[in-house]
Design a protein around this ligand. Structure first.
Ligand code: PGA
Length: 252
């Protein structure tokens, strides 16, 4: 059985006191969580330690929004996978489209980030997704397939077991424009088939594929009810306790 995950991505939002208040409101709710039904909180790196202390169980964990592709050294402003591990962080988002766009992160660099995380026993949440021009040209499957191949296919099958991928069509991020339930399912099934072509069906069926792009309380149940949609990576709506709580409760 693969994990169903509701992951928040706060991006560069909220003060620490607003963040604490949000997490306190979230954890005051009752959720049926377990190791296959988890909540992940992607908070700014300066908040990781504090928010980690507030997480009541192993089923609600903090997530770094990024990590360096280097091990250590003279890289001002960077945070390494080993640093994240040393403060008890077990998950990190890599390859978010905003990192790809504003920090020129390539598929090759993201392969290195994935390597650093796995070397330190962190779980990557690998983001992929196409821009609007690619969707309009109808070549989104090839585009996303290349992102997966170039950043992940050097990994051994054992590393892909239980891996987490987030499909985030760039045209749906922060735009209020969600992929239709059918578009999400079609791409998620495609991603799973790309993984299966390299690693086989057993590994592919263990991979959690989250949908991201204007997920909100009002569309989460429909999106998550698709057989290949294993939860969501949520930006704007994760900043509102009632919205994100409802999204958590919408997990399969
Ligand atoms: P959004 O962001 O939910 O605000 O569209 C999703 C993301 O970028 O992770």
């Amino acid at each position: 059985m693969r994990k169903q995950i509701a992951a928040a991505n706060w991006k560069m939002n909220l003060s620490i006191s607003e963040g604490i208040a949000l997490v306190e409101q979230l954890i005051a709710q009752q959720y049926a969580l377990n190791e296959n039904r988890m909540v992940l909180l992607g908070v700014p790196s300066v908040y990781l330690l504090k928010i980690r202390e507030l997480c009541p169980s192993a089923f609600i964990q903090v997530v770094a929004q990024d990590c360096s592709h280097r091990n250590n050294g003279a890289f001002t402003g960077e945070v390494s996978a080993s640093m994240l591990k040393s403060i008890g962080v077990n998950y990190a988002i890599v390859g978010h489209s905003e990192r790809r766009e504003y920090h020129a992160e390539s598929n090759i660099m993201l392969a290195e980030k994935v390597n650093r995380l796995l070397e330190h026993d962190l779980h990557p949440i690998f983001c992929c997704g196409e821009p609007l021009s690619v969707r309009e040209a109808g070549t989104q499957n090839e585009f996303v397939g290349s992102q997966l191949k170039e950043s992940l296919f050097h990994l051994e099958a054992s590393r892909m077991q239980g891996f987490a991928i987030a499909y985030e069509p760039i045209w749906a991020i922060g735009t209020g424009k969600t992929a239709s339930s059918q578009q999400a399912q079609e791409m998620h099934a495609h991603i799973r088939s790309v993984i299966a072509s390299q690693y086989g069906d057993i590994v592919a069926s263990s991979v959690s594929i989250l949908y991201g792009g204007s997920v909100k309380a009002a569309n989460a149940v429909e999106l998550f009810s698709n057989p290949d949609v294993d939860g969501g990576l949520v930006g704007g709506a994760s900043l509102i306790a009632s919205e994100f709580s409802a999204i958590i409760k919408s997990l399969k």
